[in-house]
Design a protein around this ligand. Structure first.
Ligand SMILES: Cc1ncc(C[n+]2csc(CCOP(=O)(O)OP(=O)(O)O)c2C)c(N)n1
Length: 163
């Protein structure tokens, strides 16, 4: 497993995964967000006659940068003082057609909407490059993470108290 320049570095991620897949000579899966994908869309270009990797590119497409809603920016947005500026500047919403982008580079594209569909795609054999687009929603991420953190904290403190 590789993480590109720390888990938050979005630069050159498709290119790095392409190099890893070619270097290792084995089937490789890349998991990344839509902004990260779009940032290095040019990394989908293979030179004529160059070897191609067996690379599955799983794009979690929540139409923007979901991470910022989980950081201090999300609190600023919740507080409401800056109107739509936080979403505009940090959420960076977009409506790029990833299937059209895949077609432009001659890469296969599959859209999945359920975990069962995702599991089926991940289990299917891979030859060449394929983009798997997973549509998701970042709007409720901050409260969801708060609930997960609270549940983990409660579970851990029970274990610690019981020890
Ligand atoms: C080269 C570069 N520019 C900007 C950033 C700041 N940055 C960190 S995460 C992020 C957005 C990531 O969005 P996405 O890939 O869609 O993933 P999500 O947050 O939705 O999970 C940005 C712009 C960075 N890490 N690297």
């Amino acid at each position: 497993m590789f993480a590109n320049r720390g888990l938050a570095g979005i630069d050159g991620t498709i290119s790095t995964a392409t190099g890893i897949a070619l270097g290792a000579g084995r089937e490789t899966t890349l998991l990344l967000g839509d902004v990260t994908f779009l940032h290095d869309a040019g990394g989908l270009l293979l030179g004529a006659g160059e070897p191609g990797p067996d690379l599955r590119i799983v794009v979690l497409n929540d139409a923007g940068g979901g991470i910022f809603g989980l950081l201090e920016h999300g609190k600023v947005e919740d507080d409401g003082g800056y109107g739509t500026a936080v979403e505009r500047l940090f959420g960076t919403p977009h409506s790029v057609d990833i299937s059209a982008l895949a077609a432009a580079y001659g890469v296969g594209h599959t859209l999945v909407r359920t975990t069962a569909e995702l599991a089926a795609v991940l289990a299917s054999p891979l030859k060449g490059r394929s983009i798997v687009e997973v549509r998701t929603d970042r709007s409720g991420l901050r409260p969801l993470h708060a609930r997960i953190k609270a549940a983990v904290a409660a579970a851990v403190s029970q274990v610690l108290l019981g020890a």
